[in-house]
Design a protein. Structure first.
Length: 277
């Protein structure tokens, strides 16, 4: 599928690749949704795609991704690593930020077990525990507010109800034991490599309760995830975070439909399914 945002992302990736002498004659679009990922030989260029609708300054997220991934790479945690030569960026071309990453061979058809995912995520959490840099607070709550502020008109009469629901859900979230999190720890952000599970996409890293990351995995894979994670976590303690994730899905689907109008039905169905308080 090719649309304006994919074309602009590819053009920006090629411009940055040419700047650094990367092979750009046969760019390979390996992903085109939230971000546009373009393989240029041994390097993958990452450019905002759908996130351009949702974030006032996508460059801040891309810079955070580079910084956290570099930090974890230096501590021998298996993550997709940013390049050093050429520098990872963010660089700019065509008004878009572009970051550069080592191409990481992986097995797209391989499904990691809940245990593999949980144990590898625990390694990420352990390595991030002493991260000294600044990270956002209220990560998904703040981003959801921004989504509604910027895209509320897409939701029509549902927007005021979603604002109210957000404040209700946010009030139920624990506020103690904040720590650096992955921030978007679903199974699509960890891939199977020859060396083991490899995490990627640290754009959404923030300081918050562990339940946010574990709630995302628990909603996908169930109790097996919690049984494998090296900490005592009661499933009921994750309910507020799962509620926030389900709420987040609604405006995000409408943002996706703004770029891909054929998916408007999915957004409307998600809104219809949502169980209001």
């Amino acid at each position: 599928m090719t649309d304006r945002y994919t074309r602009e992302g590819v053009a920006a990736a090629i411009a940055v690749g040419d700047r650094f002498g990367l092979p750009t004659a046969a760019p390979d679009v390996v992903h085109f949704k939230s971000n546009v990922l373009v393989r240029l030989g041994p390097v993958v260029a990452r450019v905002p795609g759908t996130t351009r609708f949702a974030r006032p300054s996508p460059v801040d997220w891309l810079a955070r991704d580079v910084e956290l991934s570099r930090y974890l790479t230096e501590r021998d945690v298996l993550v997709v690593s940013p390049t050093t030569d050429p520098p990872a960026g963010p660089h700019f071309a065509g008004g878009l930020p572009v970051t550069l990453w080592h191409y990481t061979p992986h097995e797209p058809g391989h499904t990691l077990s809940p245990s593999e995912v949980a144990v590898s995520l625990a390694r990420v959490h352990d390595a991030l525990a002493d991260y000294p840099g600044e990270l956002p607070e209220l990560g998904p709550v703040r981003e959801l507010r921004t989504l509604l502020d910027r895209n509320g008109s897409l939701l029509g009469d549902a927007a005021p109800r979603l604002y109210e629901e957000l404040e209700r859900v946010a009030a139920a979230l624990p506020t103690d034991d904040a720590r650096p999190l992955h921030g978007d720890a679903h199974r699509g952000n960890v891939v199977a490599t020859a060396a083991g599970p490899c995490w990627l996409d640290f754009e959404d890293t923030w300081r918050g309760p562990l339940g946010w990351d574990l709630g995302v995995l628990y909603a996908e894979a169930g109790r097996a995830t919690l049984d494998a994670y090296p900490a005592e976590v009661a499933p009921e303690s994750l309910e507020p975070f799962i509620a926030l994730r389900r709420l987040f899905e609604i405006p995000w689907r409408f943002v996706i439909a703004q770029r891909f109008p054929e998916r408007r039905g999915e957004a409307e169905a998600a809104l219809a399914r949502y169980r209001w308080s």
